[in-house]
Design a protein around this ligand. Structure first.
Ligand code: FE
Length: 209
């Protein structure tokens, strides 16, 4: 990707923002609050994280021409939560899928559509309302309690979009499902696109606080 002095993002990435988010989320979950509180307070924390686009290292912002990328940024030691950078190439989308745990989706760059689905009495899936369009700084929640089946798509046909997702488990290892509109369910374990994680613990690389 060509960069010049006018368009280059600040370097190095401001990883302190990601570290702070990890710490705040761990503190929140340490209190074992009810899910509604996790979604509410967690959304505030995630909104703060995605309201700045200066911290995601380039390695975790790279699209792939074949399929959308899911870069693990951090997994909690007890698998209580994971943080994933979703990178959508132009026009890319997920299949219709579920999560089985709570999740928060924060838009960092570009825009995406999330279309919720509800199961009908005959077992078929039907779109539940209009697709939600997420713009940078906005956050959406999913969970078996608030609506867990959706399909996410890059809102742009000609540019990359990136959203930061947080889940109440090591999401890449969760046994969940993708769906056809007729309600057919297929087992799905997403895994991750990366083998290396960002190192946000080298405090010597950061300006003094
Ligand atoms: Fe999802």
């Amino acid at each position: 990707m060509p960069h010049n002095a006018l368009t280059a993002r600040p370097a190095p990435a401001n990883l302190g923002r990601l570290r702070l988010f990890v710490q705040q989320l761990a503190q929140l979950l340490e209190q074992q609050p009810p899910e509604a509180q996790i979604l509410d307070h967690g959304a505030q924390l995630l909104r703060a994280l995605v309201s700045h686009d200066d911290w995601l290292p380039e390695a975790f912002a790279q699209p792939d021409p074949e399929r959308y990328q899911q870069f693990l940024l951090h997994a909690d030691a007890l698998q209580r939560f994971s943080i994933v950078s979703f990178v959508w190439g132009p026009g890319q989308r997920t299949p219709i899928h579920d999560h089985r745990v709570w999740g928060l989706i924060g838009m960092l760059r570009g825009a995406e559509y999330s279309q919720g689905f509800a199961r009908q009495a005959d077992g078929r899936l039907q779109a539940a309302g209009e697709a939600l369009r997420l713009e940078p700084g906005q956050v959406e929640a999913v969970s078996p309690q608030v609506g867990d089946i959706h399909q996410v798509a890059n809102a742009h046909a000609d540019q990359v979009s990136i959203s930061i997702h947080v889940y109440g488990a090591n999401i890449g290892a969760v046994k969940r499902a993708v769906y056809d509109l007729d309600g057919t369910e297929k087992p799905f374990i997403s895994g991750y696109s990366n083998s290396l994680l960002p190192n946000f613990w080298d405090l010597s690389k950061e300006p003094p606080q």
